[in-house]
Write a protein that binds this ligand. Structure first.
Ligand code: ATP
Length: 328
């Protein structure tokens, strides 16, 4: 058991994701429930260094559970990567009598939190907030489910055009290192092929597969491409290759971009954020530190930050097989 905590802080860091506000609300209200003071830190580690803090009570987080983005703003801080910057951040926390910190962010933010703890022994707890779902120790990161719904909605709309004009659409979705979004939306959106960083299909096999679909009677096709896919240098080169090597289709590209990160969080993300916030605060109050709160077998569990950072979030092989069968 650590020393009794009287005041906690919460910040959001790295790329924003839907559900961050619901997590802030949960942290603030769990603190209020346990009669612990809570402080919001603006602009992630940048605000931590500048001492940009705001006292938050249960009422100050009203009306935000349904809002995308983060009311505390997010930032990437170069200064926090330096020992000097982290020293200033530590002093700000001590001067404000803060006893523990909840960090909502991705693996970069967790790396910063872990280094900070190792240097100063300051208690930290992570909540995974990123749409990519690329973090070990949780089946779902905050924002992943919302992003899936947003992308499926976009695919449905693009399909209307694809089928009206006999078009082949390449749709790029987020996922630099992992294909979780691509694989799930590909299945849900009825894509003919799904290109993900974990698998190198090869250009010739892609063309072969699209030709096969066409011969089987398909008049339009959708191919989902994760932005980190290694098959082509970028989605436009992929389009050029298929244009040159396939006949009968009008080939188009759609890059969905940042719209995937926005919007009101889904019911799933709101519930997940609420559960994770409770667990993060209660774990800190129980004297735990250097953990990430995650969802494992639908239970909210702690995973050491070090493992969460170093571990690989693996693609679901069963989903890969399902997608293969569905594109028959
Ligand atoms: P996303 O998944 O959206 O990219 P992230 O949390 O991984 O989110 P990063 O930009 O990698 O985003 O990290 C956020 C911030 O965490 C950085 O701007 C920096 O301040 C801090 N950080 C990242 N890596 C380190 C590190 N090695 N040492 C100290 N601080 C770090």
């Amino acid at each position: 058991m650590g020393k009794a905590m009287k005041k906690l802080a919460v910040l959001t860091s790295g790329g924003d994701s839907p559900g961050m506000n619901a997590a802030i609300r949960s942290v603030v209200r769990t603190c209020a429930y346990h009669e612990v003071e809570c402080v919001g830190v603006y602009r992630g580690y940048e605000g931590l260094i500048e001492g940009d803090f705001k006292a938050m009570d249960a009422r100050s987080v009203r009306g935000i559970i349904n809002k995308g983005g983060t009311i505390l703003k997010s930032a990437r801080s170069k200064e926090f990567r330096t020992e000097e910057g982290r020293k200033i951040a530590y002093k700000q926390l001590i001067d404000a009598h803060i006893d523990g910190l909840v960090v909502v962010g991705g693996d970069g933010s967790f790396t910063g939190a872990l280094i900070f703890n190792q240097e100063f022994g300051f208690p930290v707890m992570g909540i995974p907030g990123t749409i990519d779902n690329d973090i070990y120790g949780t089946s779902h990161t905050l924002g992943f489910d919302t992003a899936l719904n947003t992308v499926v909605d976009a695919i449905d709309k693009i399909r209307d055009t694809a089928s009206s004009h006999n078009r082949l659409f390449f749709i790029e979705v987020m996922g630099r290192d992992v294909g979780h979004i691509a694989l799930n939306v590909g299945i849900a959106g009825g894509a003919e092929e799904i290109l993900i960083p974990e698998e190198d299909l090869g250009l010739d096999r892609l063309v072969e597969s699209l030709n096969k679909s066409r011969k089987s009677g398909k008049t339009s096709s959708i191919v989902i491409v994760a932005e980190g896919d290694k098959i082509g240098k970028n989605i436009f080169e992929l389009k050029d290759y298929v244009d040159e090597n396939m006949e009968g289709y009008d080939v188009r590209v759609s890059v969905l971009g940042h719209m995937q990160r926005g919007g009101a969080p889904s019911c799933f993300d709101r519930v997940l954020a609420s559960r994770m916030g409770v667990k993060a605060v209660e774990s800190l109050l129980e004297g735990e530190t250097n953990y990430m709160v995650g969802l494992l077998d639908n239970k909210v569990e702690l995973t050491p930050l070090e493992k969460a950072i170093k571990g690989k979030s693996k693609i679901n092989l069963e989903l890969l097989r399902v997608s293969d069968i569905m594109s028959t």
